[in-house]
Ligand binder design. Structure first.
Ligand code: CP
Length: 307
């Protein structure tokens, strides 16, 4: 693995290696052993041209734990605001000795051009690309599921919410399919039904009750107003909650040991009820913790691959 751009490019063996390595870090409280300061002489740039709390912070923590220097570049305070292209920004950072680029961008299809232009020793990680891909979120979600359910083959996983604008749903579906998940059900109001060619291996329904029936895992998604072309696509929030919110009543349709996930940030009272977000089935804060171990694993595996 030289770069990490899309989960669909990985095989089961590689994903398993990432999850096993992340488990190893989790078993050591996310502390690398001495020999694991693999990024000691490296510099990682978080280049985030969309807002982030979890992904950017956890890459920063993960890279620092592995010994790297970290710098953060954003929209507002970088020369992007003066019209600099992304490639020119990256080439300038390379000239300062940056080796790793963790990139979040609201536009799709940027990575081919970046790969053509950056140094062959630089490494690229997709930290969120439009509604297309969020592979590190997909991997930390897979880790969270595996830690609770052990085996992907016998579980029913439900992804619920604004599917048409969700890079999280796409990457997670790719990962679940590669791992041979028993049943992947995606559910949304018909207005948010995605192009099913992009969700290989999943079945779609707009019936939330049938979707949740006997589910082992439920992943709820935020309604992403910022990706909608016009206001009419934004459904009334109280109606959305009534029809598609994950409530404690609806949770009773799932298996007794169901886990509830959400990539964050959450809109409480829209896609998820407070009592569910904070309830006994919720593993939402665990996902965040697992994000550090997962990103440490990804960085370690890419760095080891250089040898
Ligand atoms: N899940 C996720 O990508 O969260 P942030 O937008 O806060 O990084």
């Amino acid at each position: 693995m030289k770069h990490l751009l899309y989960l669909k490019n990985l095989d089961q063996e590689t994903i398993t290696e990432i999850l096993d390595t992340a488990e190893h870090f989790l078993n050591h409280d996310n502390q690398p052993l001495g020999s694991e300061k693999l990024l000691q002489d490296k510099t990682l740039a978080n280049v985030f041209f969309e807002p982030s709390t979890r992904t950017r912070s956890s890459f920063q923590i993960a890279a620092r734990k592995l010994g790297a220097d970290v710098i953060n570049i954003d929209n507002e305070h970088s020369s992007k605001a003066k019209g600099e292209t992304l490639v020119d920004t990256l080439k300038s950072l390379e000239a300062m000795g940056v080796n790793y680029f963790v990139i979040r961008n609201k536009h799709s299809g940027i990575f081919d051009e970046i790969l053509e232009n950056i140094d062959h020793n630089s490494r690229l990680i997709n930290a969120g690309e439009s509604n297309i891909s969020h592979p590190t979120q997909g991997l930390l979600d897979l880790l969270t599921i595996r830690r609770h359910k052990k085996d992907f083959r016998n579980i029913k996983t439900v992804i619920l919410g604004d599917l048409s604008h969700s890079r999280v749903a796409r990457s997670l579906t790719e990962g679940l399919s590669i791992m041979g998940t028993g049943e992947i059900v995606i559910v949304s109001p018909i207005d948010y039904k995605p192009d099913m060619k992009l969700f290989n291996g999943a079945e779609y329904t707009d019936n939330i009750e049938s979707a949740l029936s006997d589910a082992d895992v439920v992943v709820t998604l935020r309604v992403q107003k910022e990706r909608m072309d016009d206001e009419t696509q934004f459904l009334d929030q109280s109606k959305y909650f009534k029809d598609y919110g994950l409530t404690s009543d609806r949770l009773k349709l799932c298996k007794k040991d169901v886990i509830v996930m959400h990539p964050g940030p959450m809109n409480r009272g829209v896609e998820i009820e407070n009592t569910v977000a904070d309830g006994e089935h919720s593993v939402i804060t665990e996902q965040v913790t697992n994000g550090i171990a997962t990103r440490m694993a990804i960085l370690s595996i890419i760095e080891r691959g250089k040898d």
